[in-house]
Design a binder for this molecule. Structure first.
Ligand code: PMP
Length: 283
């Protein structure tokens, strides 16, 4: 069955959706995106994703095609039209179509595209087994705080992980872990959760913000600082977070088992609380 997708004001079957070949998202990766998970047909942490979208747009001096209420209404309409109970909504804003030129064209009108993906995100086998990661050099551009669609290096990283028999890669810069290819990275030592501080080197994960809040509420200590692969290999636990994987344990880093090679209790607990609270607050 064909999906209904949203393109610049219209809800259309996916095979009829069209974007110009001159769209700067296509030519320059001049576009930003958000992914919001859907549980019980509702959007998890929509206000957080909307807020980050406005920030990404403003960092790139790109106009927003719609306001937040309209964006929420489009998300909901798409979920309803596709009968989506569990999965995600992907949204992309590009600067729009204009004759090819490096300078931002003044006349371009931003394009807005959204589509759904049905997926069982809660019953993910990796949440029970944990995932294996390898470390790779972080070769992305320097503004990783802006959620752009320039995802080629992260795609290469996933392929390197697969080729090495692992599930994902943690990227390392100047000796310290920045983040996973599509998630934020954490280690646990005793009652302390350690994750890299925010900055231009990483994306400010919406799930990260929620998980750090939950951890503090549960009287766990949180330390926002850089850590090395060696420190992570010697940690009690490791995990990653993202909108569609929530909290996912990491049980092996560059071939070394972490915390006995099984998901640790803190990661498991944080996942439970995140899912419970995320469902409750979903819109
Ligand atoms: N870092 C990177 C590089 C990502 O691609 C993602 C997911 N898009 C995240 C972190 C996690 O962000 P969020 O929790 O908002 O999904």
């Amino acid at each position: 069955m064909s999906r209904i997708v949203y393109v610049n004001g219209d809800y259309v079957p996916e095979e009829d959706a069209k974007i110009s070949v001159f769209d700067r998202g296509f030519l320059f990766a001049d576009a930003v995106y958000e992914v919001t998970s859907v549980l019980d047909g509702k959007l998890v942490d929509f206000p957080g994703h909307a807020k980050r979208l406005w920030r990404s747009l403003s960092e790139l001096e790109m106009a927003s095609p719609v306001d937040e209420d309209t964006l929420l209404a489009i998300h909901r309409e798409l979920v309803a039209r596709n009968d989506l109970t569990e999965g995600l909504v992907y949204l992309q804003v590009s600067r729009g179509a204009a004759d090819r030129d490096f300078a931002y064209p003044k006349e371009a009108k931003p394009s807005l595209v959204l589509f759904t993906q049905a997926k069982s995100v809660v019953d993910n086998p990796a949440a029970k087994t944990g995932i294996k990661v390898i470390s790779i050099e972080d070769q992305r551009w320097g503004r990783r705080d802006i959620k752009t669609v320039q995802l080629l290096y992260p795609s290469m990283g996933k392929m390197m992980a697969k080729a090495a028999g692992a599930d994902d890669a943690w990227m390392v810069e100047d000796g310290a872990v920045t983040e996973g290819t599509s998630n934020n990275a954490y280690i646990v030592k005793g009652n302390k959760i350690i994750t890299r501080q925010l900055g231009t080197e990483i994306l400010a994960g919406i799930t990260r913000a929620a998980v750090l809040r939950i951890a503090a509420e549960a009287q766990m200590q949180v330390e926002e600082r850089a850590f090395t692969i060696e420190e992570a290999q010697g940690a009690d636990e490791a995990f990653v977070t993202s909108a569609t994987t929530f909290v996912q344990p990491v049980v092996e880093i560059d071939g070394a088992a972490v915390g006995g090679g099984a998901p640790g209790p803190i990661a498991v607990r944080l996942r439970e609380i995140y899912l419970e609270e995320g469902r409750k607050a979903a819109l």
